[in-house]
Design a protein around this ligand. Sequence first.
Ligand SMILES: O=P(O)(O)OC[C@H]1O[C@@H](O)[C@@H](O)[C@@H](O)[C@@H]1O
Length: 385
Amino acid sequence: MNVDESLLDDSNRLTEADTLNLLPHTASAARQAREGWRLAQEAGVASLASDGRPRAIVVVGVGASALAADVLEAVVGQAAPVPVISHRRHGLPGWVGVADVVLGVSASGTSNETCSAVEEAYRRGCRLAVVCPPETPLAHLAGVSRAPFVALPETRPAHTGLWSLAVPLLAAAAALGLLRDGGPAVEAAAVRLEETAIRCRPSSESFVNPAKTLALELAGALPMWWGTSRLAEVAAARAAAVLAAHAWYPALAGALPHPAYDQAALLGGAFGAGAGSGSGSGAAGDLDDFFRDRVDDVETTRLRLGLLRDDTGEHPEITHAAARAVAVAGEYGVGVTELAMTGAGPLERLASLVGLIDFASVYLALASGVDPGAAPLLRQFGATR
Ligand SMILES: O=P(O)(O)OC[C@H]1O[C@@H](O)[C@@H](O)[C@@H](O)[C@@H]1O
C-alpha cells in the first residue's frame, strides 16, 4: 500500500487533496453538538413529554444516521427504563403504536426507508420528532404531522455530520426523562471534541498529532476493532464506517466478548499468524519458513487489533479478556492499537474516541491518495438512491 507520509505534514497539500472538505467538517463536531442541542430545544422536543413516558423510543434512520441512533441507545444505557430501538428499514415493526415515540433522522432528508417509516408512524398516531434538512421529503412529512422538526442548517458529507444528527436525539431523550443533565453532558462532549480538533488539526505534525499517528499505524494493516463496552462497540462500528466511507479502507468491527470470541480465530488465519507464510497455519518452528529468502516476499496484509477501551463501563470479565486478547495477538504476530476513552459521562467518553478516529480516517484517505468524493456509489449498481 502506498502512503505518502510527507503529505500529512504539508497543510497546503492536505487542503488541496481534501476535495470534500472532510477535515473542516470533522473539526466542526463541537459546533454541531452545541447547535444540535439548541436547535432541538427551539424545535420544541420538550412537547414529546406531554403525554408522559412512552413505552419505547424507536429511532428510524439508515447508514450514517443509524449510527446516531446507536449513539443514543449506548449513551442512555441499558439501565434506561424505556427501550431505545433502532429501525433501519421501510415501514415499522407491527408492535409500534400510539404509546411509542418515533424519532426520524436523515442527513439528506430523502432516504426512502426513513420517509416510509416516518409516514407510517404518523399514520399509526405515534408521537414523532424529525431531524433533517428543510425543504426535503422528510421535512415535508414532519410538517404534515406537526411533529417537532429540527432543521439541519448545513449539509455535510454524511459521516461528518454525526453530532448534528445524534445530539437532537439526545435532547429528545432528555425531554422524555431518559437522560439526566443532558445539556451539561453535551457541553462536556463538545469541549472534548474541540480539544481533539485542536490536537488533530492539519497543521499539527505527525509525531504530535494522534490522528495522523493512528492513520499511519493502520496503513497497510487490516484493522479489527473490538470495543469493551456497548459504548466502545459503537465507537468500533463508527471506526469501520468512516474508514470505509472516507478512506475506502476495509475493517472489521466487533466487541468483547461477542463477536470477538469468533473473530479471534482470524488471528491464526491468513491475515494473522499466516500472513506472508503462504501456509495460513501459523505453525511455529517451521524450518523451511525460517530459511526462506525474504527478499522475494511480497507485501502482505496483516490484521491489526484495535482495542477500544472503556474502563468505567467494562465488566471485570471483559477487562480480563481484553488483557488476554493483547497477549494472544502478540503470540500470533498481530500488532495492537489500544485506545482508551477519557472523560466523565458516557457521551463525553464516546466523543473522546470518535473524534480521534474520525480525523484518522480522513488522514488515512488523504495519505493513501484516495479522493472520497470520487467513491463508487451503490446507486451505480442500480440502487434507487
Ligand atoms: O442520512 P440519510 O441521508 O438518510 O442517508 C443515510 C445513508 O444512506 C446511504 O445510502 C448512504 O448514502 C449513506 O452514506 C448514508 O449515510
